[in-house]
Design a protein around this ligand. Structure first.
Ligand code: ASP
Length: 330
């Protein structure tokens, strides 16, 4: 028996993860960062870290062999959809990609509840991006299989915030004591909404820098305040940049503006250049959920503090961890 196990372990490097139907996230939806405790995050990041090591060692392995993911995207996506695809395939699973809903029955007027009830007949987990706030909660009410929120309008983007925080852990260590500055479109940026909430579980300071019409929503500010996290609101970056450990830059979300002239008035409000970073710490990082549309100049890419490309890779490991967890494999 012991010999068999040893042989198996050699053949199947994923065996140590085991098949744990009693795993903490087995069968769960991932809808909002509000559902996580600090302990949950440490668990998720522990698994993500193992995924990173496994990918670096063996590339792909069969932890989710036979499992199927449905990617259901009602809004454009490059990183989220392709990293979930890659995550599933690196874990040996397969995929139903519905990245262009116009070619599905959605174009015939099918409702979201009916579409997810269809897909769960064929898939074990559904990743959903939708333009309406609360869409993934609605989907989860109808679906029996796990729903993972990949962005619901201007609401939340929990898996992005998890990967943002994982990046902070991997690059700078425990977030306690760090100063995080969020810059850009804090009103419509769903990644900011999720990240601010997630950071409120830590002993951090958060600075918000935005044009007046793109300030962080009052409700989120109040939630974070209630957790005792010090926050400041600013219209320029300079006064807070010197003390910043994590500069989280976001794009102005053009597609969310009702009045195009409002967009035009703020679209170039902040542009990070090598020059503007000259007063920043040597040991700090610049993150961006991407895509960028001019708010970080390309010359910054060569600065070792520019972590936004590494951040994308960390996203793969976090999404591998989440898929393995909700499917009871970790
Ligand atoms: N990719 C991120 C999102 O889907 C950020 C962005 O689009 O600006 O929210």
């Amino acid at each position: 028996m012991a010999e068999e196990i040893a042989q198996n372990e050699q053949k199947n490097p994923y065996l140590p993860f085991g098949d744990r139907q009693d795993a903490p996230f087995y069968g769960k939806d991932i809808l909002s960062v509000k559902q996580f405790t600090r302990q949950d995050l440490e668990y998720i990041f522990g698994v993500a870290h193992e995924m990173r090591e496994m990918v670096q060692r063996v590339g792909s392995f069969d932890l989710l062999k036979g499992k199927i993911l449905a990617n259901l995207f009602y809004e454009p996506s490059t990183r989220t959809s392709s990293s979930f695809t890659s995550a599933m395939e690196r874990l040996g699973g397969s995929l139903i990609p519905i990245n262009e809903v116009h070619y599905s029955s959605v174009a015939k007027g099918e409702s979201l509840p009916d579409t997810v009830r269809t897909l769960e007949c064929y898939a074990d987990v559904i990743v959903l991006r939708h333009p309406e706030v609360g869409a993934s909660e609605l989907a989860a009410r109808y679906a029996n299989k796990p729903i993972i929120n990949a962005g619901d309008g201007i609401g939340e983007h929990p898996t992005q915030a998890l990967l943002d925080l994982f990046t902070i852990y991997e690059e700078l260590g425990d977030p306690d004591g760090l100063v995080i500055t969020m810059l850009g479109d804090l009103k419509y940026g769903r990644t900011v909404h999720s990240l601010a909430r997630l950071l409120s579980l830590y002993d951090v300071q958060i600075n918000y820098v935005s044009p007046d019409i793109l300030k962080i929503p009052e409700g989120i500010f109040a939630e974070v305040e209630e957790k005792g996290v010090p926050q400041t609101e600013n219209s320029t970056l300079e006064p807070v940049l010197q003390d910043t450990d994590v500069l989280y830059v976001t794009r102005v979300q053009k597609e969310r503006f009702e009045d195009p002239s409002d967009y035009d008035s703020v679209k170039s409000a902040f542009i990070i250049t090598s020059d503007s970073l000259s007063i920043a710490k040597d040991k700090m990082i610049i993150l961006h959920p991407l895509p960028r549309v001019g708010e970080i100049s390309m010359e910054v890419d060569d600065d070792p503090r520019a972590a936004y490309f590494r951040q994308m890779e960390y996203g793969l490991y976090v999404r591998m961890a989440l898929l393995a967890m909700v499917l009871g494999k970790s």
